[in-house]
Design a binder for this molecule. Structure first.
Ligand code: SAH
Length: 220
């Protein structure tokens, strides 16, 4: 069982370091205790290269190779909190699995996650990490997030971890009535995190503030 203990990060990074991160997110306005508990529990150092593990509990994005990044904890917390506030559904579509950190934070808080990533190598590693963490309510798909994942649509929530110049049509279509889509929209340097809620006959949009994400690449 020593192996499992290490995987869960006990001893690898101190509880104090994680507490400090949680406090920082709280100070910056994250209110959901369920989300903050997940930020405390998920061993973020296992989602980055060993060389960066000592920085894993800083509130900052870090490189994960192949030109991609692990999202900043504050942003992951903000998106998760926005998605879950008043959430009544079961199914969430995630676009941009990356290293799988956002997926791991969200997984215990919803029934089922469907996650799409275009870089197969990242997807393969994310799948392995989540299995090591005993997370089983996630289905992975290599592919283009602009297309969503029609097979399991509609989704009660959609989280997109890469920025697009406009809202992808397919994602709007795959949103269930009452469902929400949270994603960064806009060009590099001027991205806005938006939350779209699907109403009976229209979509409502609110802004959650400025963010900085890698681009949602077009095509495979
Ligand atoms: N969710 C991650 C952050 C991922 S960074 C975390 O928790 O840290 C954004 C990811 O989106 C990258 O892995 C990138 O490869 C992926 N991506 C970019 N464009 C995409 C597209 N069109 N379809 C699917 N994934 C895409």
């Amino acid at each position: 069982m020593q192996h499992k203990t290490d995987i869960r990060g006990i001893g690898m990074t101190s509880a104090r370091t994680r507490d400090r991160l949680v406090q920082r997110l709280r100070d910056n306005g994250i209110k959901s205790n369920a989300v903050l508990e997940q930020i405390r529990n998920v061993p973020r150092h296992l989602f980055v290269d060993e060389a960066l593990a000592s920085r894993a509990y800083e509130d900052t994005a870090l490189p994960i190779g192949l030109g991609q990044t692990i999202s900043q904890p504050y942003v992951v917390a903000r998106m998760t909190e926005a998605l879950l506030d008043g959430f009544e559904g079961e199914k969430v579509l995630e676009i941009g699995t990356g290293c799988g950190y956002q997926t791991a934070v969200l997984a215990p808080l919803v029934k089922q996650i469907y996650t799409v990533e275009r870089i197969r190598e990242l997807q393969r590693k994310a799948k392995q990490r989540l299995r090591d963490l005993d997370i089983y309510n996630v289905q992975f798909r290599p592919g283009d997030g602009w297309e969503g994942w029609a097979k399991y649509a509609p989704y009660d929530g959609i989280l997109v971890a890469a920025a697009a110049p406009e809202l992808p049509e397919k994602l709007l279509e795959q949103l269930a009535p009452g469902g929400r889509l949270i994603m960064p929209v806009g060009p590099a340097g001027r991205q806005d995190l938006v939350m779209i809620t699907r109403k009976d006959d229209h979509y409502e949009q609110v802004s959650l503030g400025a963010v900085s994400f890698v681009p949602l690449v077009k095509g495979k």
